[in-house]
Structure formats: structure tokens, C-alpha cells
Design a protein around this ligand. Structure first.
Ligand code: IMP
Ligand code: MG
Length: 179
């Protein structure tokens, strides 16, 4: 995959170290509570797996898959549930785990949807936040890294379903898009 990449923005070591910091905050915030972490498929697979393993709190894990309709690569905020939670979240503490927040439209829809199910709390943890997300009224409690508005791949993030298994986050060389 090396020749497809332009530059590395966040290294594997930086991701690991940041997750330890976020995990410590989550452990402290949810001490003595019964937390359900919800990964948004497929991008959040890596961050869910690594975050879950640095937590000392015992958590339950569940998954959702959503698709957002939009023209080309832009999100419209119109979302369809492809796979719903298996857990009833009424009166539960829920933490949504995301790979990236770009426009924030998908996530703000998801937060609203989960809130309507009567949970005790809903918070968000994302590995990456991009600057467009500031335009949406969305309170993101745990953020790995703020990155500029560039298309990124790796650590769960794909381009045409590829590059998800890179252990770091980077940008693609222009020849990949031009193919
Ligand atoms: P939203 O614009 O915040 O609604 O982002 C919706 C989805 O677009 C994310 O969950 C990702 O699956 C995808 N996405 C946004 N930015 C990137 C990127 O830079 N690389 C790969 N996927 C992205
Ligand atoms: Mg995602």
C-alpha cells in the first residue's frame, strides 16, 4: 500500500498514546456505572477494539451500521439504519465511538436517534474531527485528533473500501484518485 500513500498524519504510536489518555478520562467519567459503547460500522472497528482494551471499566459493546445519502462524497444528513443495536438502551449510559466526524451530519442524526430511545446519557468519542464539524451543533466529549479538511485513510477509514487496515492515518497520493 506504500506507494498509494502521500503522507502520514497520525502514527500508530500517537494513536496508541492518545487512546490511553482518552481511556483514562472515560474510566474516570464512568466509574461505577454500566457503560455501553456503540461502534459505528465499519470505520470504528479499529478504535472500538483498541479503546475497549485500554479501558479498565467493564463495558458492553454493540454496533450500528448507518448509511448517509449524499451527492458523491458529501454527507446529506439523511440517514438510514442498515444494522440496529441489539441492546435496549433505555436508562443506560451510552458512548458512541466513531472514526471520523467530517460534516457531523451523520453523527448528529445518530445522537438524536439514540436520545429518542430514553437512555440515561449519550456521549460521543471520535478518533478524528475535521473542521467542518464545528458548523453542526454537536457536543463531542472525547476527541483523538483535530485534523485539517483533507481526505484521510487508515485505522478504519477507507477509500473505496481499501486502506482500512493501515495501522496509522494518512493521506492518499493523487494518482490513487486519478485512476
Ligand atoms: P459526516 O460528514 O461527518 O457525516 O461523515 C460521514 C462518514 O463519511 C464518516 O463516518 C466516514 O465514513 C466518511 N468520511 C468522512 N471523511 C472521511 C475521510 O477523510 N476518509 C474516509 N472516510 C471519511
Ligand atoms: Mg464513521
Amino acid at each position: 500500500m506504500g506507494e498509494d500513500l502521500e503522507k502520514v498524519l497520525v502514527t500508530e504510536e500517537e494513536i496508541k498514546a492518545r487512546l490511553v489518555e482518552l481511556g483514562a478520562r472515560i474510566d474516570a467519567d464512568y466509574a461505577g456505572r454500566d457503560l455501553l459503547i456503540v461502534g459505528v460500522l465499519k470505520g470504528a472497528v479499529m478504535v472500538m477494539a483498541d479503546l475497549a482494551r485500554v479501558l479498565h471499566t467493564s463495558v458492553s459493546m454493540d454496533w450500528m451500521a448507518v448509511s448517509s445519502y449524499g451527492a458523491g462524497t458529501t454527507s446529506s444528513g439523511v440517514v438510514r439504519i442498515l444494522k440496529d443495536l441489539e441492546n435496549d438502551i433505555k436508562d443506560r449510559d451510552v458512548l458512541i465511538v466513531e472514526d471520523v466526524i467530517d460534516s457531523g451530519l451523520t453523527l448528529s442524526w445518530l445522537v438524536g436517534n439514540l436520545r429518542s430511545r430514553g437512555p440515561k446519557s449519550v456521549e460521543v468519542c471520535t478518533m478524528i474531527r475535521k473542521p467542518l464539524a464545528f458548523d453542526v451543533d454537536l457536543d463531542v466529549k472525547y476527541i483523538g485528533f483535530d485534523l485539517p479538511n483533507e481526505f484521510i485513510v487508515g485505522y478504519g477509514l477507507d477509500y473505496a473500501e481499501k486502506y482500512r487496515n493501515l495501522p496509522f492515518i494518512g493521506t492518499l497520493a493523487p494518482h490513487v484518485y486519478e485512476k
